[in-house]
Write a protein that binds this ligand. Sequence first.
Ligand SMILES: N[C@@H](CCC(=O)N[C@@H](CS)C(=O)NCC(=O)O)C(=O)O
Length: 165
Amino acid sequence: MESKVRASLKALRLLLDRPSLLWEFFDPVKLLLLSMKFILRTFFKTLRLLLGPPLLLWEFVSRPSELQRAPALQAEVNRQCEQLALFHYKTCPFCMKVRQEMRRLALPIERLDAQPPGALREQLGRLGGQLKVPCLRITDKAGNSEFLYDSGKIISYLQQRFSPA
Ligand SMILES: N[C@@H](CCC(=O)N[C@@H](CS)C(=O)NCC(=O)O)C(=O)O
């Protein structure tokens, strides 16, 4: 208890000695930026909460029919898909576009939800270089991964690689 009081007194003395510290702490520009960040985050969170369920329903209702392949060919496609993974958010419209194409092409690609803070989100930012979705992780036979961003580019890649000739 005594040490806490002593620490508080020390901090107070430091602030009185250097008033600029107080200014740094209550810097109006920093405070404005922080509150704008908070407001924007809350706005988009609310938007996602409101629009999420109808968007997911729309994705379900408008899902395309799956491409039918001969069993051996589908087995080969399934094997190739094991080297792919899609970082996505459930209610991101760009991710929905990619997921619909994955359905259309019957591609069982692993989906990694990168929205909640945690290991997947951290992995996307650290290894992919951007905290943006959708992002397709493509791993080669040697185990090296490349990260492909942008729904349009991902869809083109999947079509080129998996569309029937
Ligand atoms: N042009 C990009 C847009 C992707 C995009 O804006 N994604 C948003 C989610 S809907 C995002 O990842 N924003 C960064 C974040 O939420 O941290 C595409 O077509 O993939």
